[in-house]
Design a protein around this ligand. Structure first.
Ligand code: CP
Length: 317
């Protein structure tokens, strides 16, 4: 593996999940692989899980880690070509990425979308600039449109908890939220579930929340949440802002929140969320505090997902 930006960078989802499960069983079994190597983690936005789990993963492989909060501690970056930099931006990504590439062996980058300009966000110009100018392998810590480390942990979680002898029914459902959120997690979850190929996959959302078909692929799509939840083995809950009416909140209908009543429609489904989650807006307390919630296992699996990805990249440098 050279870079890790999307599922397209993965030769076999099944093999990568097996590798991650192996690290979960024996976290320190490959402590020599990263000796003498440095991982840089560049955050342009907040993070709890990605920040800590990726550090733990790197340390398990013997790597040193440097975390840089570019949004707070760095110079404001310019990404435009040929720009006269007489405004607010102080450093061009051409220098910043190239300099970081002199210091670290692998570079992780987190950069959320602006949610104003769909074409610009979906061009993934930020993470692509770091790939282009850093000269080192780049790992997405969540980009404008995708969150592949999260998705790998999600697939690992479902692999561990899925029913024996049949394909699980996986339902990704939109839920309300007070803020406009990116489409990165649902886009990514959809493309990973499709690549995994081990699920009957349904996506439920109100009208106007259609995701890019490039990611949803062959999923069944419905505007009827109750119908979708029937016989579900996993309910993946997530808010996202509109892709078609880009970045807008079109609906805050509280009846889309996941409650204990809704779980009754399912086959005692495992309830998943990438976190952070707004309690009693997205998912009710009774669900998050109840036996169906697997969100802590899911977050724990972020370590093994990151470790598998770093291991695959370290093999090639
Ligand atoms: N799920 C996730 O990426 O969490 P953080 O934003 O806290 O890293």
């Amino acid at each position: 593996m050279k870079h890790f930006i999307s599922v397209k960078d993965v030769a076999s989802v099944e093999s990568l999940v097996r590798l991650a499960a192996g690290f979960k069983a024996a976290p320190l079994k490959d402590q020599q692989v990263g000796q003498g190597k440095i991982l840089g983690l560049l955050f342009m936005n907040p993070s709890l899980r990605t920040r800590i789990s990726t550090q733990v993963a790197a340390k398990n492989l013997g790597m040193e880690v440097i975390v840089f909060n570019a949004d707070k501690d760095g110079w404001q970056l310019e990404f435009g070509d040929g720009v006269i930099m007489n405004g607010n931006t102080t450093e061009h990504v051409k220098e910043a990425a190239a300099v970081l590439g002199q210091y670290v062996d692998i570079l992780g980058v987190r950069s959320f979308p602006g949610l104003n300009d769909k074409e610009k966000d979906y061009s993934e110009y930020i993470i692509k600039s770091f790939i282009r100018y850093s000269g080192v392998p780049v790992v997405s810590l969540e980009s404008a449109t995708l969150h592949p480390l999260q998705s790998l942990a999600d697939i690992l979680t479902m692999t561990e908890l899925k029913p024996e002898g049949r394909k699980p029914k996986v339902v990704m459902t939109w839920a309300p939220h007070v803020k406009a959120l990116p489409q990165a997690v649902p886009n990514s979850f959809a493309e990973w579930v499709n690549a995994w190929g081990e699920a009957d996959f349904v996506i439920a959302h109100p009208k106007g929340y259609e995701l890019d078909e490039k990611f949803t692929g062959r999923a069944t799509i419905t505007n009827n949440q109750d119908e979708a939840l029937k016989d579900a083995d996993f309910i993946y809950v997530k808010n996202w802002s509109s892709y078609t009416d880009y970045g807008k909140i079109l609906n805050t209908d509280p009846s889309w929140m996941i409650t204990a009543e809704k779980i009754k429609l399912s086959r005692q489904a495992g309830v998943m969320h990438c976190l952070p989650v707004r309690r009693n807006v997205v998912i009710a307390d009774e669900v998050l505090d109840g036996p169906n919630s697997v969100v802590i296992t899911q977050a724990g699996n972020r370590v093994w997902a990151a470790q598998a990805v770093l291991y695959e990249i370290l093999k090639n440098i």
